[in-house]
Write a protein of this length. Structure first.
Length: 387
């Protein structure tokens, strides 16, 4: 039997450096991890973690010594030098932060946005905890980004979120010295999405033997779901008679309808009658919501069985759904509505990966070869006849 591998990854999480502990589901390992001092469970990363230190790393290796431990990323990633903590904030700074938190909630931002913006501003104020908030300037922001964001190797996406948080904080607290209009978000990375072919999608579904897993993959692809939409889908929102599904309160607090594929209905009936879910379309232990990490885990296994070597995630199935609709001639406006995109520009990315128009383009090599054949047609016949 193949020995389980435990992967350790460094991550700045919950205002401190952590060691994330990743492994495939294994009851024995879980029981051992529970004995690691000060270990915690992360709902965000769906793994156990412990604050990074030499002692904690030593403890992990000692407790899990019977298993293969991959600590390459820990060894190759230097420690961050973080000198400031939110605990250093003054009472006045804490009060302003609490009011900012309530301000965001009053503006009806999503819980995720409220938590993220509050943390980003708190981290910024903690870095300059010795300065009054009124004295923070645009230069302060530049230095903070250079000293913190670059050294912590935060993504461009996180830096854009930070700038957005600063702009809103300026509106909330105009006394702060920096000018929001001068704050510029760095340009987004423009990566083309990974897309599976239709044949690969069918093969992926066919090699997945577990009925629940097969139904999940087919549901995500046939409806273009985000993983959060699948996890939160309730049975009462599936209208089999009308072959449609109502997706409630999705990204941007929007509802939308999507169609159910006729070819998926037999599998759907089979799955529901076999597993008999009570509330959600897919449920985990004790009828609770299924975890996104569980979906990612079995999807990786199915890709190996299907011999698909691309990096495939649940969102890859959504990208494939949109791209295949475009290749089949569906108008971009309808695809935008089916995906729940607010802006057409978001949907436009699929025009760069769709093969419908690209396949109609003739390679210049083919054109050159055909011209050569047509020009020297008689000569080639003479050569052939001579042989």
């Amino acid at each position: 039997m193949k020995k389980a591998v435990i992967k350790l990854k460094p991550k700045y999480h919950n205002r401190a450096e952590q060691i994330l502990i990743y492994f495939d589901y294994n009851k024995s390992i879980i029981d051992l991890v529970r004995t690691i001092p000060n270990r915690k469970w992360s709902q965000v990363y769906r793994c156990w973690y412990v604050e990074r230190s030499k002692e904690s790393l030593k403890s992990i290796k000692k407790i899990l010594h019977n298993y293969s431990i991959d600590d390459t990323e820990i060894v190759n990633t230097p420690r961050l030098k973080i000198e400031h903590s939110v605990n250093l904030l003054t009472q006045n700074q804490r009060s302003i932060l609490n009011h900012f938190f309530r301000y965001l909630k009053g503006k009806r931002y999503s819980k995720s946005t409220v938590d993220t913006y509050s943390f980003l501003i708190a981290d910024f104020l903690a870095y300059y905890h010795k300065l009054p908030i009124d004295m923070l300037t645009n230069k302060s922001i530049e230095l903070y980004i250079e000293e913190v964001y670059i050294k912590r190797r935060y993504s461009i996406s996180k830096q854009r979120q930070f700038i957005s948080a600063l702009k809103i904080f300026k509106t909330f607290y105009p006394k702060v010295a920096y000018e929001a209009i001068e704050l510029v978000r760095p340009k987004k990375d423009r990566y083309l999405p990974t897309v599976l072919s239709k044949q690969e999608v069918i093969k992926l579904i066919r090699v997945t033997k577990n009925l629940k897993h097969r139904a999940i993959i087919a549901m995500i692809y046939s409806c273009g779901f985000r993983i959060s939409e699948l996890i939160n889908l309730e049975l009462r929102d599936i209208d089999i008679n009308r072959s449609q599904i109502l997706i409630k309160n999705s990204k941007g607090r929007k509802d939308r309808y999507v169609i159910i594929a006729e070819s998926f209905l037999p599998l759907l009936h089979n799955y529901i009658s076999t597993y008999v879910p009570k509330h959600y379309f897919v449920e985990g232990h004790n009828d609770n919501k299924y975890s996104p990490e569980s979906v990612r885990h079995f999807l990786r296994k199915s890709c190996k069985l299907a011999k698909i070597y691309k990096r495939v995630t649940p969102h890859t199935l959504r990208h494939s759904y949109a791209t295949h609709l475009l290749e089949d001639g569906i108008d971009l406006r309808y695809i935008q509505a089916l995906l729940g995109h607010s802006k057409p520009e978001t949907t436009m990315i699929y025009t760069h990966v769709a093969k419908k128009d690209l396949l109609s383009i003739t390679s210049p090599l083919d054109i050159a070869v055909n011209q050569y054949i047509n020009t020297d047609k008689q000569k080639q016949k003479l050569v052939i006849s001579g042989i």
